[in-house]
Design a protein around this ligand. Structure first.
Ligand code: FAD
Length: 486
């Protein structure tokens, strides 16, 4: 058995595992962080593409930003000394388009996620038919659901706003964020605020207008909030999201091991023993599994078969992105905004296009345009099967048909993420409660499979797992007592 000073092992070096390590370090608990691949960050991956003069392209393979309303990733970045690297989106150009019968159609001004809060732009928009608009207006009169039971996002939207609002807005935008299927997606696990607004205000529309007004009253119009943070709905880092990962990896002083897969976890007299793929084993008092749920299922199966079954029941879909750069002089994109979302009903092989060079500064070299198309998931699973040449050809065809882009790209980058997106189906939160209840003491699961898929939720869950684990191992901790099994 290998010597170790660590008392806690964290398995998985994505943002959840890295965050757990950071907060264990803050609590003074010696830890090991074990990652099976040769790099930190998991689904966070930024590539800098050079060769076009002084500047680089910043190409995101996975996430390109995180939601500002959930503060945990921003707080972590600040703790790591990255406050001056944080950057918002270019909100002056924050228009989103929805593909409507093959044509990019602006989402009307004032639509907050799904709910119209400004009458005129909504009334004039061609996106929703007159009957569909009337049906959305009925939200003001439909009595709220009073119980706390879960329902699908599709059922909720149909109930309050009608099926056209579901097809044209909620499905591409709200299920799109989660790469989910609206007909299976849990409202309570993905948009609990909507049920809350419905119950508190009697209608979603009244609730959204009230929250918008509350926000506007506290808003000064400046680019930064009084606390110095970018005043934007989405935040990223100047050199890409990977800056957060790099700063974490550089600030962690524990025992960090790449290319180290954990194969088995066994119970031991004072905790657990991890069996590694290289044949060695490591004794620790507690384990935090920041691995995908299906990987965690196999690791906990011998110790907690019920938890393993529940973990294995969390579905995943595979998704991918293809980024393409163009000379600005060779393309004339008809959209003034961040990009285009595509309803499933349009039946395209891609799900959305982001104009990365409009959405953020510092993403593309001057005089160029950087685009990113999303594919896979439940909307276009067939695109995951294409090889690189077929995928590029498909993306070029889509960009030509949807945006009129016919030039040859300067370069392209493809990222495929297999079994990457956990699906929060109806009943998800009850499943997570049951998993947590079925795990033995000292064994914790954390990460995107459980209580939020976005980076801020992963940071928060990693932090909470670290704090719970620190509280468990701390009482026995003393300088002389750190574990050192031979
Ligand atoms: C294409 C795409 C775009 C996205 N866009 C956004 C966005 O814009 N904003 C946002 O907030 N979120 C976004 N997300 C979601 C977000 O990126 C993820 O939810 C988050 O990064 C997951 O982090 P994690 O640490 O929980 O898991 P992961 O990143 O999956 O990390 C888990 C790690 O565990 C390792 N591992 C697995 N098994 C073992 C083992 N046996 N031993 C050791 N290590 C193991 C894996 O190699 C991996 O590194 C996006 C996701 C994708 C795929």
């Amino acid at each position: 058995m290998t010597q170790t000073q660590a008392r806690v092992a964290i398995v998985g070096g994505g943002i959840s595992g890295l965050s757990a390590a950071w907060y264990l370090q803050q609590a003074g608990v010696p830890y090991l962080l074990l990652e099976q691949s040769g790099r930190w960050g998991g689904k966070i991956l930024t590539e800098h593409v050079d060769g076009f003069g002084q500047q680089s392209f910043v190409v995101e393979g996975g996430p390109d930003s995180f939601i500002a309303q959930k503060p945990w990733a921003t707080e972590l970045a600040e703790e790591l000394g990255l406050a001056d690297r944080l950057m918002g989106t270019n909100d002056r150009q924050r228009q989103v388009y929805v593909l409507n019968k093959g044509k990019p159609t602006p989402l009307p001004d004032g639509v907050l996620l799904i709910v119209p809060t400004k009458f005129k732009p909504f009334a004039l928009s061609p996106l929703i038919s007159p009957l569909g608009k009337l049906r959305m207006g009925m939200d003001l009169f439909i009595p709220p659901r009073r119980d706390d039971g879960d329902e699908t996002l599709a059922d909720f939207i149909r109930r309050r706003l009608g099926s056209e609002a579901l097809d044209k807005i909620a499905e591409p935008l709200m299920s799109g964020i989660y790469n989910a299927e609206a007909e299976r997606q849990s409202l309570l696990a993905t948009f609990p605020r909507f049920r809350d607004l419905e119950q508190r205000h009697g209608s979603l529309t009244r609730g959204m207008i009230a929250s918008r007004n509350a926000r506007q009253n506290g808003s000064s119009g400046a680019q930064h909030a009084p606390n110095g943070r970018p005043k934007s709905a989405f935040i990223t880092l100047r050199g890409g999201v990977n800056e957060l990962v790099d700063a974490l990896a550089a600030s962690l002083t524990g025992d960090l091991r790449l290319n180290t897969a954990v194969e088995r976890i066994e119970a031991a007299a004072r905790g657990y023993v991890l069996a590694l793929a290289d044949g060695s084993s490591l004794p620790v008092e507690a384990v935090i599994l920041a691995t995908p749920a299906f990987a965690s299922a196999e690791l906990v199966r011998p110790l907690a078969p019920d938890a393993a079954e529940l973990l294995a029941g969390i579905r995943y879909v595979s998704t991918g992105t293809i980024s393409l750069a163009y000379r600005a002089s060779e393309v004339d994109i008809p959209l003034q905004g961040f990009g285009l979302v595509i309803p499933t009903s349009e039946r395209r092989p891609i799900n959305a296009i982001t104009i990365s060079s409009t959405k953020f500064d510092h993403r593309a070299v001057d005089g160029t345009v950087l685009l990113r198309a999303f594919f896979g998931g439940s909307r276009s699973p067939q695109s995951m099967e294409l090889d690189d040449d077929q995928l590029l050809a498909m993306a070029l065809r889509e960009l030509s048909e949807l945006l009129g882009v016919d030039a040859d790209p300067l370069f392209h980058r493809i990222f495929r993420w297999w079994h990457s997106n956990p699906q929060y189906d109806v009943g998800h939160l009850e499943r997570v409660d049951a998993i947590e209840a079925a795990l033995p003491a000292g064994l914790t699961v954390t990460g995107s499979a459980y209580r939020g898929v976005g980076i801020p939720d992963c940071v928060r869950q990693g932090r909470d797992a670290a704090r719970r684990t620190a509280a468990m191992v701390q009482p026995r901790q003393s300088a002389a007592e750190s574990v050192s099994f031979a």
